[in-house]
Design a protein around this ligand. Structure first.
Ligand SMILES: [Zn+2]
Length: 120
């Protein structure tokens, strides 16, 4: 894999408060919910707000990894592929076109230092 390392949850940049997948169970290391948990989804949606395609590609790769590992762990009890797809990728496809960043506690800060399209 090349050219697709932009600080994902598995590379450690955005730890999302530690809401990382615990392989091969694919549960959240922090809250023990099926990964990606709500916090991990929020972190991912913010991290990939400007590149939804990359997010879906990334989640698809994790989906395949999880599918293999969960099946290996328990072939009889492996999740339904449709359920697994919705868990890993479906939520990201339903995100609004542009994910707005959460409101920052320091409101009224200076505007973006770059891309000043309107100059007085
Ligand atoms: Zn979590």
């Amino acid at each position: 894999m090349t050219g697709h390392n932009r600080g994902s949850l598995t590379t450690g940049r955005a730890d999302g408060g530690g809401h990382l997948p615990l392989r091969p169970l694919w549960l959240c290391r922090s809250c023990a919910a099926p990964w990606p948990c709500a916090t991990a989804r929020l972190t991912l949606s913010q991290e990939y707000a400007s590149d939804r395609t990359a997010l879906i590609v990334y989640l698809s790769l994790l989906l395949h990894e999880a599918d293999e590992q969960l099946y290996t762990l328990d072939p009889a009890g492996a999740p339904d592929p449709r359920h697994l797809f919705d868990r890993f990728v479906g939520w990201a496809r339903r995100l609004p076109p542009v994910a707005a960043p959460p409101p920052t506690p320091t409101s009224g800060a200076s505007d973006q230092p770059t891309d000043q399209s309107a100059t007085p």
